[in-house]
Design a protein around this ligand. Structure first.
Ligand SMILES: [Mg+2]
Length: 325
């Protein structure tokens, strides 16, 4: 097998997918590596074949589409691959689980540079390797001119029962596992200047959620959980709706997240914290007598009623909706 260095020579040769057959493309874009434990058959056969010690599997999928979910103006292939892994692994974490494997589909205009596909593939492999996730296989399909889509399906396991959206109880504490609004703020900076850089832009391009917070919350007794992918208010509303309760958030508890963004995005900081998507910080509810796991911070309480309130005032969910803008 050829290592990364061996492939550097053709980095800039302008080869596009249409110049090669499928086997040649795969030889160019797939990183080397053996199958990890639990993978009885990995890439190369018709399907992967897994050993699942717990006997139960979590499955999720997320797709990213050029022009909708990323722009080549500011996202590299490596950014896209890294983010797509994060979206999936955060979904598994939000059930209290650990991601064990992914399958990857690339659907692309034949004029897509081979280098782009290879950078994507290597970034996915790197992001997975950092988390002990196996790349189990994938698919490559051609698409009409200008179309490029990456889809990842992840499998994972959870020890015991997964944490659902529907378990929040009146009196629970509402808490988040990490910062809020970073990705939304990074996107805002890129929209102002596609060449913008810095920690917020980095987080938008390559989110690095702490996946371990999912199992930690589960072990601590979280009653409901999800990852913030479409904005705090919208995702909090999903827990409220699924659980038949109201989530009362407190602005004094959110202020620290606003203060962290304000020097960079000014007045938009509150909007980023409340409505910014693609954050992948976990939002969960815990019984009030639970000691929150390290890193978790309370931002409100669960009450009778419906929807989401901030300092007692009902909030429109806002945030991102795929088909409604
Ligand atoms: Mg999710």
């Amino acid at each position: 097998m050829t290592g990364r260095r061996g492939r550097q020579a053709d980095d800039n040769d302008g080869t596009v997918l249409a110049d090669l057959n499928e086997a040649q493309i795969l030889a160019q874009v797939l990183p080397p590596g053996g199958a990890p434990a639990g993978v009885l058959v990995g890439p190369g056969d018709d399907t992967a074949y897994l050993a699942v010690p717990s006997g139960r599997v979590l499955v999720t999928t997320d797709a990213m589409v050029l022009g909708r979910d990323w722009l080549d103006e500011w996202s590299s292939a490596a950014d896209v691959g890294t983010k797509c892994v994060a979206q999936n692994a955060a979904d598994i974490a939000s059930m209290g689980g650990v991601t064990t494997g992914v399958v990857v589909t690339l659907v692309a205009d034949p004029q897509t540079p081979v280098r782009w596909a290879r950078d994507l593939s290597y970034a996915i492999a790197d992001a997975c390797a950092r988390e002990g996730i196996a790349v189990l296989g994938g698919d490559l399909s051609s698409a009409p001119a200008g179309v490029r889509m990456v889809s990842i399906t992840a499998v994972g396991e959870v020890s015991g029962a997964p944490v659902l959206r529907s378990g929040a109880q009146v009196g629970d504490v509402v808490a988040v596992s990490d910062a809020l609004g970073r990705s939304g703020a990074g996107l805002l900076l890129l929209q102002g200047d596609p060449a913008a850089r810095g920690p917020l832009v980095d987080y938008h391009l390559r989110p690095t959620p702490s996946y371990a917070q999912g199992p930690a919350a589960r072990d601590a007794g979280a009653t409901s959980m999800l990852d913030i992918s479409d904005g705090l208010l919208r995702d909090a509303d999903r827990i409220a709706d699924a659980s038949g309760v109201r989530l009362d958030l407190r602005s004094d508890a959110l202020q620290v997240h606003v203060d962290a963004l304000a020097p960079t995005v000014g007045d938009a900081a509150w909007d980023c914290v409340l409505r910014g998507g693609e954050e992948h910080t976990l939002l969960a509810t815990f019984p009030s007598d639970v000691v929150l796991p390290d890193g978790w911070r309370a931002i409100g309480t669960v009450a009778t009623g419906s929807g989401v309130a901030l300092d007692g005032a009902a909030q429109e969910p806002g945030g991102w909706d795929h088909f409604h803008g």
